[in-house]
Design a protein around this ligand. Sequence first.
Ligand SMILES: Cc1ncc(COP(=O)(O)O)c(C=O)c1O
Ligand SMILES: [Zn+2]
Length: 440
Amino acid sequence: MNASPLPAHVLGGRCTACGRLVEPTPERYLCPDHSERPSETPLPTLDIAYDYERIAARTNPTRIAADPDPSIGRYEALLPIADRRSLPPLAVGGTPLLPAPRLAARLGLRRVWVKDDGRNPTASLKDRASAVVTARAREWGLDTVATASTGNAAASLAGQVAAWGGGRCVIFVPATAPPAKMAQLLVYGATVLAVEGTYDQAFDLCTAACARFGWYNRNTGLNPFTTEGKKTVVYEIVEALAQQEGLAPGRWLAPDVILVPVGDGSIIGGVHKGLSDALALGWIDHMPRLMGVQAVGSNALTQAWRAGATDRVAAVPATTLADSIAVDWPRDARKALAAVRETGGAFIEVTDEAILEAMTRLARSTGVFAEPAAAAATAGLVAAVAQGLIAADERVVVLSTGNGLKDIAAARRSAGDPLRVAATLEAIEGLEELGGGWRS
Ligand SMILES: Cc1ncc(COP(=O)(O)O)c(C=O)c1O
Ligand SMILES: [Zn+2]
């Protein structure tokens, strides 16, 4: 296929294993020197490299502040696309950064925010990656995009492809994916293959199918443009934080700590990438510490980080109710380990019980209803404070990556049952649970 070249501000994809600059194409996702999958060596994913002088000539925070487009299109000059009009017309991004004073106070902190990315069009942060990958597919003139997913990446891709119309979307999900995520896929009209196996098996099957049938592969991490979409979340964070902290329009402000739930490691890699872009351009003045939060039962990266590894990640059979971060062998391990190591951050493990507790804690202190994987970031905040990793006056952002309606069964486990009553006033009169209220 003779795909049109990437836009001029994109230099290519730098191999995270050997540093070689290669050109990503619809058929090439990895450095040709490292395309094999050795068992414990992380995938040699590509990191998209930019010509920052060219970007600086085109845009800056003042111009971005004046852009009336609230979606990720406002960061067009920092994305690997030629034109924001290639992005699907679904208005991805522009999610709120919510001050969380009550969540903060209970932990002895003063300045905590929640970035509620469950408010994206298909209700997870993955819309950011799928929008950019779909835009790349459009600019390359491709007609079929496929992905493996624990559910959210698939729902987001199905939604983005549906928004454009005319394209085909093929999905490989574990047959055990939560029903709400499965319903999204089917409603959007994707071809849904419910794989009798794990996410990791679905991932390998999707990769093999794309190679065989010539489809464009959105698989997280393997496709380097997923990171580039996900990085937009942190541009929004630093833009909104500056505004809320009273800085002049056109200034960006980095927090001190960002907590990110981690499965394949692509979101935390994207957060690191967005901050690295902003630092390279001189638009922020420091790099926050990035804290990756994993479930105890899906902790391959935490184990690798503890062992001081940079290029060895052993698979761990994943067992956690937080399905979106249930990953045996993380595909974006190199970027995730670099994100934590290079920023002086940490990996934090949380139990499923702590995740369930965090779902209600977050919802009741901020109004944000998060799915288990997303609530893991709040559980990670609780654990990080207990471990003395965060000082009281630091600016802390908790990244809530997916909406709680994605997994109702887990939500009910977290919140319990309603009071069952007869349909009479007498039955509810004097109930202890009816006390309280704003004026009491
Ligand atoms: C809601 C949610 N949170 C966190 C993650 C983890 O992201 P990553 O696999 O990029 O580490 C995912 C990935 O599916 C997700 O859907
Ligand atoms: Zn290489």
